[in-house]
Design a protein around this ligand. Structure first.
Ligand SMILES: NC(=O)c1ccc[n+]([C@@H]2O[C@H](COP(=O)([O-])OP(=O)(O)OC[C@H]3O[C@@H](n4cnc5c(N)ncnc54)[C@H](OP(=O)(O)O)[C@@H]3O)[C@@H](O)[C@H]2O)c1
Length: 253
């Protein structure tokens, strides 16, 4: 039987890297992309079924070119996992328009660029999974999250919209909403992160959700995500009061 293949963006560190290793250990071919070629090569040197395809997802044409190169190498692609993201907590406290544009360029449009690169392939193939990595920060507004949260909210809406469009072609759109995972991204946080988990834990949850289940949203860890989901159903007045107290948000923060 031919090995199955997954393309992972954001594969140089954190969740993407851990997931690449998980799929490689499960016997899949894995194509990893990110900007830092040296980090990608360190991983592909260690695992013979992981291959490195450097990419900056803000470059639309390069996304198409890289996907074509992956197709040439592996012929069939079964799963795409688009996990590229950026977050700078220091710049999220004010309305910094340039920073917000930058965050949307990577988190939202970077993901759109990669989905666009694979759209025709999957619609013609009429099979496969396209995964969009969002966040619990996309459920509802949180304090000090002027760019990141809105970019993830936009991804949630996009994933639901694409769900309908791709379902007609028998392609599964999957949304991943991690809670706090210890990665270079969250190492920058200066607040206490409840239910903090490892990237390896995230990779197990994602692998299980993608391969063993047919759910739309993979979210974890459940004690955190289910609480936030419950909060998101509340009227704004109660939501603001509770979340304000939970995050110790002060008006003059
Ligand atoms: N960690 C958490 O607690 C958490 C929670 C919720 C959601 N998430 C989401 O999970 C995803 C992975 O995050 P992580 O925690 O694993 O963080 P991370 O370790 O910082 O990974 C981010 C990845 O994105 C890549 N990247 C950034 N900008 C890029 C660009 N322009 N083009 C190509 N690749 C780019 C980075 O590689 P290069 O710098 O080499 O390009 C890196 O591989 C993100 O979408 C994040 O928002 C994380």
């Amino acid at each position: 039987m031919n090995k199955k293949t997954i393309w992972i963006t954001g594969g140089s560190t954190g969740i993407g890297k851990a997931l690449a290793i998980k799929f490689a250990n499960e016997g899949w071919n894995v194509a990893i992309s990110a900007r830092r070629e040296s980090l990608l090569n360190e991983i592909s040197d260690k695992y013979e079924n992981i291959s490195s395809f450097p990419l900056d997802v803000t470059d639309k044409d390069k996304c198409k070119e890289v996907f074509n190169n992956i197709k040439v190498k592996f012929n069939e692609i079964d799963v795409c996992f688009f996990s590229t993201g950026t977050w700078d907590p220091k710049k999220e406290k004010d309305i910094d328009v340039q920073q917000m544009e930058e965050v949307f360029k990577v988190n939202f449009f970077g993901t759109v660029n990669t989905i666009k690169a694979v759209e025709k392939y999957f619609k013609d193939k009429k099979d496969g999974i396209i995964t969009i990595v969002s966040s619990i920060a996309g459920y509802r507004g949180l304090p000090n999250s002027t760019g990141y949260g809105p970019s993830k909210s936009a991804l949630n809406n996009l994933a639901e919209s694409l769900y309908f469009d791709f379902k007609r072609s028998n392609v599964r759109i999957c949304l991943v909403s991690p809670g706090f995972i210890k990665t270079p991204m969250t190492d920058k946080n200066d607040f206490k992160m409840p239910f903090l988990k490892t990237p390896e834990y995230a990779a197990e949850q994602i692998f299980d959700g993608l391969i063993n289940k047919s759910i739309f949203e993979i979210h974890f860890p459940k004690p955190l995500t289910l609480t936030l989901k419950l909060l998101s159903f509340l009227p704004s007045k109660i939501y603001f009061g509770l979340v304000g107290r939970l995050t110790k948000y002060q008006k003059n923060n």
